[in-house]
Ligand binder design. Structure first.
Ligand SMILES: Cc1ncc(COP(=O)(O)O)c(C=O)c1O
Length: 373
């Protein structure tokens, strides 16, 4: 049996939605993007959502539009895009450690890393579970810092019943492994109208209005660049996919949670630590990750699973501060380093079948025997 790491949850509706846009002839920066943005803003519970072509572009735009120059505190236990966006926006990443249980950034270490040069905190909601946003917002308010939530891995997750991306400036990813997908794509959320208008312009060459909006004006041919912007737009073809996916999100997250629950009940806790849920957070399991105990050889374990056609992987090793470009960013991050050596990502997607879950559990039991040290 072959079980991939992830699989999009599509049906005829996605095909029809894409065909409708193709037939309409309006393929980019048009009505479907606006519709997707409105639905997304309503879903998160914020005033504005701005669609972009990736979360990485969105993180960079969120920093750029906030006019930040200085240190941005981020976890090193993340996909490198988090740190790259900080560098590419002209800021300096400062790495904070994580908490072992949730693998989320440790607010105590964030506090340790705040200096007179700190301008922002960029927490990453890892694998579908919110960071402790009470602590992060308290620190940000106390030190007058911007909060940009890298919510690439958490769409629909909550902290004290409030959706991630609704605390600071939220940035989401719609890459195929994420809770919803548009193939490539992202979204920025904010309650700040001025910031939203700036991001709208920055994502589209710095021009103050979209082609679709200009068509409704007296002289639609006039374009005015108010910034030296980028082209970070999400095509309407992909926004159409996003609309269909967003409507299915609650159901898809319910399925993810049910699969996680089944794995939690059936995997042996003797040789690994299973995901830990913070009682204040709703975990939406964008990924299902386990941490192997010291008596299991992870390389052997992973190879065994992959030989049996289970698409197991690792998120994340090496952590960002150990990667070539970042190796001069000195950081002492003992928990990050320990977790990155032990973590394993198992298949997780809404359409997983019971037979597939049972197969994963059976093969893991064999893999443990095979990789015991
Ligand atoms: C935490 C985190 N940030 C940013 C990204 C980048 O997202 P995108 O591929 O949409 O640019 C990812 C994607 O894997 C991620 O996991």
């Amino acid at each position: 049996m072959k079980v991939p790491l992830c699989k999009p949850y599509f049906d005829e509706k996605e095909n029809e939605a894409v065909k409708e846009v193709l037939d309409s002839g309006w393929l980019a920066h048009g009505p479907k993007t606006k519709e997707f943005e409105k639905l997304f803003a309503d879903y998160i519970g914020v005033k504005h959502a701005i669609a972009v072509n990736s979360c990485t572009s969105g993180l960079q735009l969120a920093l750029h539009a906030s006019d930040l120059r200085g240190e941005v505190i981020i976890p090193s236990f993340t996909f490198v895009a988090t740190a790259n966006a900080v560098i590419n926006a002209g800021c300096k990443p400062i790495f904070a450690d994580i908490k072992y249980d949730t693998c989320n950034i440790d607010p105590d270490d964030v506090e340790n890393k705040i200096t007179k040069d700190t301008v922002a905190i960029m927490p990453v909601h890892y694998a579908g579970q919110s960071v402790d946003m009470d602590r992060i917002m308290d620190l940000a308010n106390k030190h007058n810092l911007v909060v940009i939530e890298d919510s690439a891995e958490t769409i629909g997750g909550t902290f004290n019943d409030k959706k991630t991306g609704g605390f600071g400036i939220g940035v989401f990813s719609f890459y195929p492994t994420k809770n919803i997908t548009t193939a490539e794509g992202g979204m920025i959320t904010t309650n700040d109208s001025e910031l939203a208008h700036k991001i709208e312009a920055l994502k589209a060459h710095g021009v103050s209005s979209s082609a679709f909006e200009r068509e409704r004006k007296e002289k639609p041919w006039l374009r005015d660049a108010i910034y030296s912007g980028y082209n970070y737009r999400l095509p309407d073809v992909l926004a159409a996919l996003g609309i269909v996916q967003l409507k299915k999100l609650e159901e898809m997250n319910r399925l993810r949670r049910a699969h996680a629950c089944y794995l939690n009940e059936n995997l042996s806790k003797e040789f690994m630590d299973l995901p830990v849920e913070d009682a204040r957070a709703k975990h939406v399991y964008q990924m299902y990750t386990i941490k192997l105990h010291d008596n299991i050889d992870r390389t052997k374990f992973l190879k065994f699973l992959r030989d049996k056609e289970i698409g197991a992987s690792v998120h994340f090793d090496p952590p960002v501060h150990k990667q070539s470009f970042y190796k001069n960013h000195n950081a002492s991050l003992p928990v990050t380093e320990k977790v990155s050596e032990k973590i394993v990502t198992l298949p997780m997607f809404p359409g997983l079948k019971k037979e597939e879950l049972d197969y994963i559990i059976k093969v893991i039991n064999e893999a443990i025997k095979f990789s015991l040290i």
